[in-house]
Design a protein around this ligand. Structure first.
Ligand SMILES: CC(C)(COP(=O)(O)OP(=O)(O)OC[C@H]1O[C@@H](n2cnc3c(N)ncnc32)[C@H](O)[C@@H]1OP(=O)(O)O)[C@@H](O)C(=O)NCCC(=O)NCCS
Length: 173
């Protein structure tokens, strides 16, 4: 569990299905996401596949983000443990919680934890260049642009670009 001033990040559970489905099934929120669940069942299947073990190389581990005051689920963060030293992050917030600094606060909490408690070496994110909100978010956090791959992902019927942002433990403040 990771706690910040306004938020708590905890492993996703089956009881979260309805809340997570409500924003994960929203077409606008999911414009640049590879996965758009069509039913609660799909969400339940996804949750039941969340690894039992945290920090296991080659797996994605999913947290939900809950607001401390209201106890409502406002989004989720996925951590891909690429190998034992490197992670990739993905974040999705419910539309009515955009623009409040919750994504910045969540990712800062996760990155602090990965570097300071788990002693990871490098953290990356993969972003569609059209996803302006995500680019603003990672740049504000201080991640560096490392690569812009041209038409490297086949996404929703077309080849699209992919930008990689990264930060190293020694760079993170
Ligand atoms: C990517 C995403 C999580 C970014 O969310 P966001 O709400 O823009 O990011 P933040 O929560 O950090 O909000 C930043 C904004 O909140 C404002 N803000 C308000 N209160 C704030 C506070 N206390 N602290 C910091 N920022 C605050 C900032 O000024 C900033 O506004 P600006 O963009 O006009 O400069 C969101 O757009 C999303 O869920 N998109 C859909 C899913 C997706 O595409 N994910 C990316 C795949 S990895």
């Amino acid at each position: 569990m990771i706690t910040t001033k306004r938020l708590t990040l905890r492993p996703i559970e089956l009881k979260d299905s309805k809340d997570v489905y409500s924003y994960r099934s929203d077409a606008e929120t999911n414009k640049y996401q590879g996965w758009s669940p069509k039913s609660i069942n799909e969400i339940e299947e996804f949750i039941s596949k969340n690894p039992k073990e945290f920090n296991k190389p080659t797996t994605w581990f999913q947290f939900v983000i809950s607001e401390n005051d209201s106890q409502t689920i406002i989004g989720d963060v996925g951590i891909h443990f690429i190998d034992k030293d490197q992670c990739e992050l993905g974040i999705t917030l419910a539309k009515n919680n955009h623009g409040k600094g919750f994504a910045t606060e969540s990712l800062k909490g996760v990155i602090d934890y990965l570097f300071n408690s788990l002693h990871k070496h490098r953290i990356i994110t993969s972003i569609d260049p059209r996803n302006v909100a995500s680019i603003k978010l990672v740049e504000a956090l201080g991640l560096r642009k490392e690569a812009h791959f041209k038409k490297s992902l086949f996404f929703k019927g077309e080849w699209v670009d992919d930008i990689i942002y990264a930060t190293l433990k020694k760079e993170w403040k």
